[in-house]
Design a protein around this ligand. Structure first.
Ligand SMILES: *Cc1c(COP(=O)(O)O)cnc(C)c1O
Length: 402
């Protein structure tokens, strides 16, 4: 939906998350209404004609917009501080729409190489099929961005912190280089979460989410969103693309995600607090070679992370001594923490990126983006942190038993 209509821009964040975007029906319901409808009826043929001419603003069809989906979009836009938001059926629908809506054959895209697996696929395999040139760079190397952008670009795409090695990219600096090249910067802000990092304030043009992760936060539905302040991009490219290609979010899923936003601030704060405690706990363990957590001073880009994120985040990655075999013994030894490639859930979830999310890459490509065979990624949940520690402790003991 377009520019936020509510006058709630003066509300503080916590209030925006609970009340932002709410549009009560004549029934006066407390909770946001779930408008599970594909279409809308017109009082007259004239009214339908006007709606299609765009002469009145009203709901036409849920592929275009829907009251429940609109409430989710408005609330997320208020949280992000963005003028415009469109919700999508998944995070990948958001990533693809954000790029495909304005690129054409002959254009060039520069992206960081440490990307979520499916974003890597879109950029390195799907876009080139349409005649779009793509270049991957080491996102932490500003010289590499500068060089790649010196040949021009239409779009720049990056993810920070990256999955799963939690590399930090300087959003402000890359935004500057992107704008020097007359390109638009798209940031995948999933790992940082909308409460943990505000890419638009740091100079990004477009932010995308997998709402499946912390926005739902309870492992129930898929969803995604694209946010921007750029009116031309939103009205002339994204809205048209979305309406006619159909990656729209289901009203039911929008309703679940809308309720997720009510608690995202307090949930993410607790996730981050637990993640910090777990990162410290793991750092003291001899079975672990390396703990990666942006909130620890030992992270190579700790200062940069703290300058653009409000905390160290909800994810901890660590390398277990002994490669894949030791990592598998560890995962199989866990009792409380589940093995799952999902993240941002109330439940602690862990995965072995080399054999799951990043299996498609060659071992060399994996090493290049910081995924050795012993690397484990942990999405720290909302359980009592002492129970998480105890589980990690007994699984690390299992690593030792050969
Ligand atoms: C999960 C994820 C996506 C894709 O989102 P889906 O909702 O699974 O389609 C994109 N980027 C990052 C960083 C993710 O973690």
């Amino acid at each position: 939906m377009g520019k936020t209509k509510t006058d709630s821009t003066n509300w503080r964040q916590g209030t925006r998350l609970v009340r932002g975007g709410t549009e009560r029906s004549p029934f006066g319901e407390t909770s946001e209404g779930l408008f599970l409808t594909s279409g809308f009826v017109y009082g007259s043929a004239e009214e339908a004609e006007q709606a299609f001419k765009g002469e009145n603003t009203r709901y036409i069809y849920s592929r275009f917009s829907n009251p429940t989906v609109n409430m989710f979009e408005e609330r997320l836009a208020l949280l992000e501080g963005a003028d415009y938001c469109l919700a999508t059926a998944s995070g990948m629908a958001a990533a693809f729409a954000a790029l495909a809506c304005f690129l054409k054959a002959g254009d060039r895209v520069v992206a960081s190489r440490a990307l979520f697996g499916s974003c890597h696929y879109i950029i390195t395999e799907q876009l080139p099929k349409f005649g779009i040139e793509t270049v991957l760079v080491d996102g932490t190397d500003l010289g590499a961005w500068k060089q790649a952008l010196s040949d021009g670009a239409k779009a720049v795409f990056l993810e920070t912190p990256s999955n799963p090695a939690l590399e930090i990219i300087d959003i402000r600096a890359v935004a500057g280089l992107t704008h020097d090249a007359d390109a638009l910067l798209i940031v995948d802000n999933v790992f940082a979460t909308p409460v943990g990092q505000k890419p638009l304030e740091l100079g990004a043009d477009i932010v995308m989410y997998s709402a499946t992760k912390h926005i739902d936060g309870q492992g129930r539905t898929l969803g995604g969103a694209i946010l921007t302040d750029n009116q031309d991009y939103f009205e002339n490219h994204l809205t048209t693309f979305m309406r006619h290609t159909g990656p729209s979010l289901s009203p039911f899923n929008a309703w679940v995600l809308l309720k997720g936003l009510e608690t995202i601030d307090i949930r993410v704060k607790q996730h981050c607090q637990n993640a910090y405690a777990i990162a410290e706990f793991l750092s003291a363990r001899k079975e672990i070679k390396n703990v990666i957590y942006p909130g620890l001073a030992s992270h190579p880009q700790h200062d940069l992370a703290m300058s653009q994120m409000s905390s160290g985040g909800t994810m901890v990655s660590f390398e277990i001594d002994g490669g894949k075999e030791a990592a598998f013994r560890f995962l199989n030894g866990l009792g409380l923490i589940d093995i799952s490639n999902n993240l941002g859930d109330a439940k602690s979830l862990t995965t072995h990126p080399a054999t799951t999310t990043h299996q498609r890459l060659s071992p060399e490509q994996r090493l290049e983006i910081g995924i050795p065979d012993g690397l484990v990624r942990l999405s720290v949940g909302l359980e009592d942190v002492d129970d998480i520690k105890e589980d990690l402790d007994q699984a690390l003991a299992a690593v030792q038993k050969v």
